[in-house]
Structures are given as C-alpha cells and as structure tokens.
Design a binder for this molecule. Structure first.
Ligand SMILES: Cc1ncc(C[n+]2csc(CCOP(=O)(O)OP(=O)(O)O)c2C)c(N)n1
Ligand SMILES: [Mg+2]
Length: 1018
C-alpha cells in the first residue's frame, strides 16, 4: 500500500527550505532513514521516513520551501500500519474478558490505596491514639508500643527529650551495625563495625615493611633534591599521611590495563607523587638516578613534580595537581565510561575509577560541584577517597568543626554511599567497652583543631585533654600506659580498616562511594612535621629527624647511610620485592602506566565537505549553521559517525542543533521514562540509553570534563572518540581555562567550538557575553590550534585537517574554532591551489584590487571583520582610487607560532641561509603598509607584528562589550568598514603615500569623533 511521507511538525517554522533530497524513486529505505534535509535560518535538520518501503515518488526538489503537512514523497510500504491490529484487538474483546480485566484493575486500585495508607495519628480529646495500618510492618503491635512510648515522652518531658531519645536510638542502632541511618550525619565512628569488616588476605608484616621503604624513599627523594637545590621543593607530609591508602589499593584492589582487561583508572592526589615514584622504584620501574632527578625535568628522564602526562607520557594518566580538577574529571570519566558501555562501544568489565583528594581540596567548588551528577547517574564505578588529615597548607581544614562530618553530610545528602574510616583497630576494644555511649559523645564533641593537636603532642596529653574531660573515660583508659594511648591509631593508617572499606566500596552497587579516611599529616615525621601547621611545606629533614624517621619505620639503613640520605631497595629476590611484584602481577600489571592501543580513524573523504566548498549564492547562513550541517554530513560517514561525541551545555537550540535530539539521541542512562512535551515535533527531546549527544545542562566545567574524558578515550579505553564541544565562546577558555590547560597536559584530542563568537558579532547580549579575547587565552596553550574562519569553505578545510591530524595521524593537539551567528552569503573556495594550504597556515590572499597602480595597502581581516575589510577595500577603490590586497587571516595564533620558530632558527643559525616566515612569504613582496583587524582585541592581530618588516597597524575590539546592533557595535569599536576606510587613509598619509586631507575628509564624512575616548575607557 502507498504511504505519504509528509513534513512533520517542525515547531515554529514555516516555509523552510529543502537543501538536500536524500532519496530517489526506487530506493528501498527503512524507517528513520533521512529523506530530505530542511534548513531554517537557524538550523538544519533531517526528516526521517516514518515507514520501511520503496520510494514511489519524490514530490519535492532542492530549493523548495515547505511547511508542516507538505508531501515530500510517497512510499510503497512493506508493512501494514502498526495501529491496526491494536484496534482489532480492542474491537474483538469479548464482554467476559472485559469484565475480568475490570475486576483485576479494581483490585489493583484497592491494593494501591492500602499501600498508600500510612501511620495515622488521630487526636481524640487530649489523648493521642495511634492506628497502624501500614502494610509491610512485621509487628504492628510492637510498633504501636514504641510509638505510644514516644507519645508519652512527648507529653511528659517535651520535644527535646523525645528528640534526644530518637538520636540515641539511631546512634545505638548504627553502633550495633545498622547502616540504614536516618539523619544527615552518623556518629563520629567507623561506618563498618569491627564485626562486619572483611579481613585482608595480605601478609601484614611484609606489607608494613614495604610501606616503610616506600615512605623512606619518597622522603629521601625530596630531601636529596632539596640538598641539591633548595628551590626544587617537593612534599613529604602529604604522602606520609596517605601511604596506607595507596598501598592497600596497590597491593589488593587496583587492576592494571592489559590484553585481558581495560584497567582501573586512578586519579592520584597531585602532591602525593613522591610516594608513587617511590613504589615504582621498588617495583624496578624507576631507577635511583631518576629519583635523583625528581623535579629536574629539563634534562630528559627527570621525574615531573606532579602527575603530568605531557612530561611523563608513559607513566602519568591524569593531571590532578590543580586542586579540584581531578574530582570533576574523574566523575565525568566514570560517566563517560558508562556512556561508552551503554552505547555498545566498550565491554562492561566492572572497571572502577578511583579519585584521591585532599580534605582541604574539597574547599574547591569543582571538587564537590559535580557530586550530584555522580549520584543521579548512579556511578557505582566511581570511588572517591578523601584523605582527611585535617590539614591543608596553612593549617587545619575545619579547626572549629569536623571535616569528616561535614563531608559526610554533603555526600550523604547528594546520594552517595559514605564510608567513614575514622578510628584504627586499637580503638575497637575501647569502643566495645563504652556501654553508655560516652566515648562516642566525646569523639563527637572534640573538633579537628583538637584532634590535630592530640597527634602533635603525646599520650599523656591525649589522656588529659581527650579522655580527661569525663572521669568515666579516664577510668576506661586507666589500665593503659601513655604509650598505649599514643598507639591508638587513626583509621586511614590502619591497613585492616582501609582494606575493609575498599572491599565494601567495590561491592557497592547503584551509587558512587566516598571513603572519608582520617589520617595524620606528616605521619611518622615526629617533631619535624607530624600534625603541625607547617607540615605541608616541610621538605628538608636534618640528620636527627632522618634518624627518627628511620627508626620510626624500622628502615634497615646504618646511621651513615641515613646521613647520606641513601635510598633503600631490598635485593630482587627478597621477600619484600617478590611480594610487591606478585601483588601487581595478580592485579594484571603496573600502575600508573599510560598507553594506547586505539586504532586510528580514517579521515572522511572530500565528498563529505563538498557542499561547504560551494557558493551559497544569495543564501545567507552563519558559520555555526555550516558547522552543524557539516556534522550532519559526518554522521553519514561510517568511520566517523559512531565516534562523534557532540557535547552541549544547554545551548543546542541556540546553535541550531536540536535536530540531533531525534537523529542520534541524548545520552540518558535510564533512557526516557516520560513522553516529552514536544513529542509531536520533528526535533522532539529524545533521551536514550544509547544516545550519542551529551547534553550537560548548565555546567561548562562538567562539559569540558566530558570533553576531556572523550578526548583521552584513546588512552584510557583504547578507543578514539571525537568530542565536539560547542559553547558560547565567552564561556569557554575564560570560564574553564584551567581545565583547558589540563586538557593540553592530558593530550586530549578533540574540537572546542566557541560559537556565537566575536565582540561585535553576538549583537544583543552585551558585556558578559561578547567575547573579544578567547583567541588570546587559547593561544597560551602550546598544543591548542586556534582558528577564526569567515567562510564555510575555510571551516570545512580546517575541520577536515583537524580530523586528519588528530585521528589519522594521532597527533596530540586539539582544535579551538570560533563560529558565529551572523548570517551572510558564502563564496565558493577560490580555485587557487595554494588557498587550502594558506587557510591552514593562517592566511591567504582572498582578493586583489590592482586597478590604479598608484597607491596600495595590505588589508588583513579575520573572522567576521574580514567582510568589513572587503567592503572597505571597495570603498577605497571606488571613492579614493586606492588599490589593495585583501587577506583572509584564519589564525593569527598559527602565524605567530611560525613567526617565532622562524625568527629563532635565524638567530641561532646566523651563518646559514635565513628562513622566511610564512607571514613574510605572503607580505614581503607586496606594496604598501599593513592594516589588520579582527573581532578580537588588537593583541590578536598584534601577534604577527614582529614578523612583518613593513609598517603594521591594527584595529580590534579592546574594551568591555555591550549590547546593540552589529552595525552600532562595529562603529563603537571602530572596526566597521567606514572606520577601516578612514584608518586606511590615515595610515597611507602617515606613510607619506597620500595627502593627509583624504584621511581628514573621511573622518569628517563618516562622522568619526577624533576626540572620543579609547573604547577601553568607555
Ligand atoms: C587550584 C590550586 N590552588 C592551590 C594549590 C596549592 N596547594 C597545593 S596542595 C595545597 C593544600 C592541600 O591541602 P589538602 O587538600 O588537605 O591536601 P593534603 O596535603 O593535606 O593531603 C595547596 C593550597 C593547588 N595545587 N591548586
Ligand atoms: Mg589535608
């Protein structure tokens, strides 16, 4: 039977142009195959077929304007429509069956009503009577008794007493092992009770020895570096507090990447790096010579100060030392791992993402900023370990409060599984003896400032100040010596407690887990740094301190060896080294280790970009629309399509990308549980577990974290993905610059698209939206390649080259491309073969006016201002008989890089043939001075000033943006065609090439006020 394929509901649009017809008569097509592409003035969207079948007729052609209901094509349908059988079923329902269904439905309603009934408290006179009718109560009489008791307390002693009793009950149940606690906070004790702890299978003796050696070598490395040169810095105190947390993971939990398993991903706390090197040294992966070049990275082979994949590309996986970034990046890493699994691109192997943070680090908004997402997306592949040593750099994190309790409340509130590891095993008997709950009360009372002091002082101090507050507690420890009391350890230093917590975290499903481990900063450093405010910056230990450290951890070194600060590595066949290596062997290999086995992606054929290189005639469109069109085309390339990861922070509609919702879906781990309000429309909001678009909502930091996860997937998951993150250019580098920097370090590959770019191009939004400097910020990132293209063909050439370099050649660079929302016609790519090369190098001649052969000027325009340049050139030609060459500058940044390199080469090779920078190659033999302009501050075009031997003048948009029409804005910033003409004439007169009156007249003619303040002052 014949089916009509009509234009569906396309929202508010009428008479939308058909820009592509994707089927022809006789084609066999499937449901959802695209039949035409429509393009409004804002976006392009494909119309999918609603049926399987063979195309009988195509009723439209390119250029037709269509609206809802317009006939596009007819189809010989292969299947009867789906609604029919349903109708027959409804019609044929025998009356008896209907009756049975009705009855069943009624019982369901009844059952639901009963379920919904809750405990009802009825007031009769002054007496409170409690009726319990709730289902699922295994003993309603007992419940009734409890509630009546509570009512009696309320009546007799009031609400405070009742509240106190409820709190006591909760704490008691928690202490007895129930973790179903009903308040924001649990008591200040371990979440896992001693009875339920899973015991470590490890050899504790050997593990302690190994840990001691790691501690020693880490400290020795820092001390030796600072003996060499005190400027080198380093940290001892942080790793000293975290050693057990890392060791238990390394010995028992963290599985490496190998040919059978993808590997757990560990985000190490940045300044605990010395300990990670020290372990690698014991493992034989790092030599003592390398340890001796800690923080001396200039010569090859040095160990980087912190985890920097750029500097140690085979070792470090994640740059974390800028506090807070690791937390967010790990959350989005866990989310992206699930995304790959749900899209069927990655096997679900139960891999985990572990992220280590300092407790002070949680002050960073980024650290806690995305924990809601982790719970919402049920990221049970994510484990945070927060090392709560109660100190940050200057002093305590929460001197007057308790960081563990504060974090517990925040994470619990966000829906995380919280495991507190506060007290070590030596406390267990004391807590067991504490029948009244007084010990827990005291634990709850003491604040972190006190806890810090307890561990900086002595056993007798703890006895006096902690236990001494209550005589019953003094009695509790009366049998213990001061030494015993000093031994009472903290959970984060107890391998049993840490093991039990990690084990429990590994088993948890449905939520992310945070482990809050209480430790001591500078653990074992004694007077030189244990739990004192200056621990963080302690990097020198004198002889006495080193000897103390050796004795504290029983490191088998002689006094002389200690004085020499020698490293210690037991022989290869020692039990320690054998054990250490065996543990890692069982866990699949070394950690950390960075590698990639991803296959490269073939660059899509030129055909995909063909339409972008043709003239649009009179048709106007923005470069953002061109980009979206290009992405739609790329989705038809079988190599590239599945790898594209479009990322948008709530601006898909702004960029005309809403067509993607239906076409490739929005990733949602639970699919779509509702019928979207716009379900009738072509671009309706479609969430899907296999969705491809990452619709991040309003979080630029989250979106870039997703982009980094996708752009490093080639190493973390051995599959190359192509993330394309579109954002308001103003909310890009300026907002998330530190992530963009970390992305460079991380060797992220992908596209950042600064849309609605330019200080005068985004017209109506004003100061905080109008970007005139993102290219300056992007230029500081060494492996970021930035472009500001004007025309569709430029964008196409740049984008294809980006794909080739990043995914076929696998270069560790990323692209920043600005696109605009200004509509204008696009010419065809010039036939000159060198044009494409010029586009990529940063400039090419787009037009030459050589009519009068008297006076000439070189006009350089970039982005949207190129069009003002072209218009100005015409005025100069027609009104002033001035010739010009007009250059399209696609990237001042790229030109500067080439200029710098060339200049450096020439200076270092004075005796060799001098090279000529690309800018010089373009401009040296041309006539006249240079005038450059872009929609960015002058600094953008000034980047090439040193590499041009001609006189150079630049115009730009320095100053705060503001809202107005484009015309007014360009006039305000003096980059419109009239200002360009006036300035060009003035430049020529300054260069003594024409009389100054021409400039003066033009200034008057165009009503330019020479006394107006510079725009930065307005
Ligand atoms: C964004 C940022 N700001 C400041 C620093 C400098 N800094 C490094 S570590 C540190 C203190 C960290 O304290 P905490 O997170 O508690 O870690 P700990 O050393 O105590 O384990 C500071 C301020 C940094 N690395 N990153
Ligand atoms: Mg800390």
């Amino acid at each position: 039977m014949t089916k009509n394929l009509l234009v569906p509901d396309i929202g508010d649009f009428e008479k939308v142009e058909i820009i592509e017809v994707l089927v022809k008569v006789g084609d066999k097509i499937n449901k959802n195959d695209p039949i035409v592409t429509l393009e409004s003035d804002k976006s392009s969207v494909e119309v999918p077929s609603t049926e399987d079948g063979t195309v009988e007729s195509v009723n439209v052609k390119i250029g037709d304007k269509v609206s809802k209901g317009h006939l596009l094509a007819t189809l010989e349908s292969l299947r009867p429509t789906e609604e029919k059988p349903k109708k027959i079923l409804e019609e044929k329902l025998p009356p008896d069956t209907e009756k049975i269904i009705k009855e069943a439905e009624n019982t369901l309603v009844l059952k639901k009503k009963i379920d919904e009934q809750k405990t009802i408290t009825k007031k009769e006179g002054n007496d409170e009577k409690i009726e319990i009718v709730k289902n699922g109560d295994i003993d309603p009489i007992e419940t009734k008794e409890w509630l009546e008791s509570l009512s009696a307390v309320l009546e007799k002693d009031g609400k405070h007493r009742a509240q106190f009793l409820i709190k006591q009950l909760i704490e008691h149940s928690y202490k007895e092992g129930s973790d179903l606690v009903l308040s924001r906070n649990t008591p200040y004790i371990n979440t896992i009770s001693p009875e339920t702890e899973v015991k470590s299978p490890g050899d504790q003796n050997l593990e302690r020895k190994i840990r001691s050696l790691i501690r020693w070598n880490a400290a020795a490395m820092v001390v030796r570096a600072n003996k060499k040169n005190p400027d080198l810095g380093g940290h001892i105190g942080t790793f000293a507090s975290a050693a057990t947390l890392y060791d238990v993971g390394m010995n028992h939990f963290w599985r490496a990447k190998n040919n059978k398993f993808g590997g757990d991903l560990i985000y190490f706390q940045g300044h605990s790096a010395p300990g990670i090197y020290a372990r690698a040294f014991l493992e034989g992966r790092i030599t003592s010579k390398q340890l001796d070049s800690f923080r001396q990275e200039v010569k090859p082979g040095g160990l980087s100060s912190y985890p920097h994949p750029w500097l140690m590309p085979k070792f470090w996986q994640f740059p974390t030392v800028s506090m807070g970034l690791g937390a967010m990046m790990s959350i989005y890493q866990a989310r992206f791992t699930k995304y790959l699994i749900n899209r069927g691109l990655l096997k679900d192997e139960g891999r985990k993402i572990w992220c280590f943070l300092g407790d002070g680090e949680t002050d960073e908004p980024e650290s806690l900023g995305a924990i809601g997402l982790a719970a919402r997306e049920k990221l049970d592949n994510l484990i945070f370990v927060i090392n709560c040593n109660l100190q940050r750099l200057d002093g305590p994190v929460r001197g007057n409060g308790k960081i563990i309790q504060e974090l517990e409340g925040i994470f619990r509130g966000a829906g995380w599984n919280v495991i507190k590891v506060i007290w070590g095993s030596y406390w267990d008997p004391l807590l067991a003896k504490d029948k009244t709950g007084l010990l827990i009360k005291r634990m709850d009372e003491a604040v972190d400032g006190e806890y810090q002091a307890f561990k900086a002082k002595s056993g007798s101090f703890v006895r006096d100040k902690f236990f001494g507050k209550y005589s019953e507690l003094l009695d509790l420890v009366s049998q213990m010596t001061d030494k015993d009391i000093w031994k009472l350890n903290r959970g984060g230093h107890d391998p049993h407690k840490v093991y039990a917590a990690y084990h429990s975290a590994m088993q948890n499903t449905g939520t992310p887990t945070v482990i809050l481990a209480k430790t001591i900063k500078g653990y074992g450093m004694g007077k030189s740094g244990e739990s004192i405010n200056t621990t963080h910056q302690q990097k020198k230990l004198d002889e006495e301190e080193l000897l103390y450290y050796r004795d504290r951890f029983d490191v088998p070194l002689t006094d002389q060896q200690v004085k020499n600060v020698e490293y210690y590595r037991p022989p290869e066949n020692s039990p320690e080294i054998k054990y250490l290596k065996k543990c890692r062997l069982l866990l699949g290999g070394n950690l950390p280790e960075r590698s990639s086995f991803a296959k490269s992606i073939k660059t899509p054929s030129e055909d995909i970009f063909k339409t972008m290189k043709e003239s649009t005639g009179k048709k106007e469109m923005s470069t953002t629309m061109v980009l979206v069109r290009m992405l739609i085309n790329l989705l038809r390339d079988k190599n590239v399509a599945p790898r594209l990861v479009p990322i948008i922070p709530d601006e898909a509609r702004t960029f005309g990308m809403e067509g993607f919702f239906q076409k490739i879906g929005i990733y949602a781990h639970e699919g779509q549980k509702y019928e979207p309000v716009d379900s009738e429309q072509l671009s309706s909001y479609r969430e899907d577990i296999k969705g491809q678009v990452l619709e991040e909502g309003l979080t630029e930091a989250g979106a870039i974290s997703s982009w980094i996860a996708a752009g490093t997937s080639y190493t973390n998951h051995d599959i190359s993905m192509i993330p394309i993150y579109l954002f308001y250019s103003m909310f890009g580098f300026q907002r998330i610059g530190d992530f963009a920097w970390a992305a460079g370090d991380n060797q992220t590959r992908g596209f950042l698209i600064g849309a609605t770019a330019g200080r005068t191009t985004l017209a109506g939004e004003g100061l905080q939206h109008a970007d005139g400097h993102s290219h300056i910020i992007s230029s500081v990132i060494p492996n970021c390649i930035s472009y500001d293209p004007t025309f569709a063909y430029e964008l196409a050439v740049i984008f294809r080259e980006g794909l080739r370099r990043m995914y076929e050649k696998e270069e560790n660079v990323y692209y920043y491309i600005t696109t605009m929302n200004e509509n204008y016609p696009h010419p065809a790519i010039p036939s000159d073969k060198k044009c494409e090369e010029g586009i990529l190098k940063g400039m090419y001649k787009i037009k030459e006016i050589n009519i009068y052969k008297k006076t000439k000027i070189q006009l350089l325009g970039s982005g949207t201002i190129l069009r003002e340049m072209l218009a100005a050139a015409e005025i100069l030609q027609n009104d002033y008989q001035i010739d010009s060459d007009i250059w399209s500058v696609t990237s001042f940044n790229e030109l500067r890089k080439d200029g710098m390199e060339t200049e450096r080469y020439n200076l270092l090779n004075p005796d060799k043939e001098q090279k000529i920078s690309y800018v010089e190659q373009c401009l040296a033999k041309t006539e006249g001075p240079v005038l450059a302009a872009s929609d960015y501050m002058r600094m953008n075009s000034d980047q090439i000033r040193p590499y041009i031997k001609k006189n150079f003048y630049s115009l730009g948009t320095d100053g705060f943006g503001r809202s107005d029409t484009r015309k007014e804005l360009r006039r305000f910033f003096e980059v419109d065609k009239e200002h360009i003409v006036a300035y060009a004439l003035s430049v020529l007169s300054t260069e003594q090439l024409i009389a100054s009156r021409y400039a003066k007249d033009a200034i008057k003619k165009y009503k330019i006020d020479p006394d107006r303040d510079f725009p930065t002052k307005l």
